[in-house]
Write a protein that binds this ligand. Structure first.
Ligand SMILES: [Zn+2]
Length: 271
């Protein structure tokens, strides 16, 4: 069953779409990491490393079920066989079955937030030319919509065009409140329009961070760049800024790629 974190009457549901090894040696992803930093990251997140030292990634989406029954999906996983992620990710993903286990049908989803336009985050958004979530508006950072030709030109045709034609594309520029407790915040750098989602109930906060950080090593050492960030400096600024805010709030992180879906920021110790 999907893991659920409750914030008052709001539920945040972790949905596993798949898991598999990174396509290259992990040192190439974090070229500045030292052996001590790797050891600390592996102790913090042992599920993210294989016995032979490879980076093992989960590919996860999250659903937010609001007290009024509306459902917001954050990211859309690696997708079915033949999806744009098929060249490197362990497709087919199993997101539709996970949604079903959580009692959510595709038509129940009111809003889909895509944190960014990388293939492992948009896999189920549009399937065979049709939006998979027929009633949803799709909230995408304008910076990514504008940059799609350089991010991945195939996604213009396979993802954005069908959403536009069905009137389901909602490109946003900057921060936006989606529903009472749910807010999208711009966290650029990994991609130009990368965005995260904050869910708040009173003093409780869960942050769904997309690829603001992709590995525990960037959680323990937020200054560490990842070689697939479009702009490492901007990504670092976004990561340090949001993680500092979250630490002050004693928040919980909900990440796509770490071994565990939810991580308390307090688990990190002092800054
Ligand atoms: Zn990713």
């Amino acid at each position: 069953m999907p893991v659920i974190r409750r914030l008052g009457a709001t539920e945040i549901i972790a949905l596993e779409d798949g898991a598999g090894p990174f396509f290259a040696p992990r040192a190439t992803a974090f070229p500045s990491a030292t052996p001590e930093q790797w050891a600390a990251a592996d102790a913090f997140d042992p599920a993210a490393v294989t016995e032979d030292g490879r980076w093992w990634l989960n590919f996860r989406a999250f659903a937010v079920r609001l007290p009024d029954g509306r459902v917001i999906l954050i990211d859309a996983g690696i997708g079915p066989a033949g999806s744009p992620a098929a060249t490197w990710a362990p497709v087919p993903g199993v997101l539709p079955g996970e949604l079903e286990k959580a009692g959510i049908a595709p038509a129940d989803i009111d809003t889909v937030v895509l944190t960014h336009l990388h293939t492992d985050h948009v896999g189920w958004a549009v399937v065979e030319g049709k939006p998979f979530f027929p009633s949803a508006r799709y909230v995408i950072g304008k910076g990514d919509v504008d940059a799609v030709a350089s991010l991945n030109p195939r996604l213009d045709d396979l993802l954005l065009r069908p959403l536009r034609e069905n009137g389901q594309l909602w490109a946003i520029d900057g921060d936006k409140r989606l529903a009472g407790p749910v807010r999208v915040v711009a966290t650029p750098g990994h991609t130009p329009g990368h965005q995260s989602v904050l869910v708040r109930d009173g003093e409780d906060l869960v942050a769904v961070t997309g690829d603001l950080l992709v590995h525990a090593i960037q959680l323990l050492y937020p200054g560490m760049g990842y070689s697939h960030e479009i702009n490492e400096d901007v990504a670092r600024d976004s990561r340090v800024r949001l993680l500092n805010e979250l630490r002050d709030m004693d928040a919980t992180l909900a990440t796509p790629h770490l071994g565990e879906p939810f991580v308390a920021v307090s688990a990190l110790g002092a800054a």
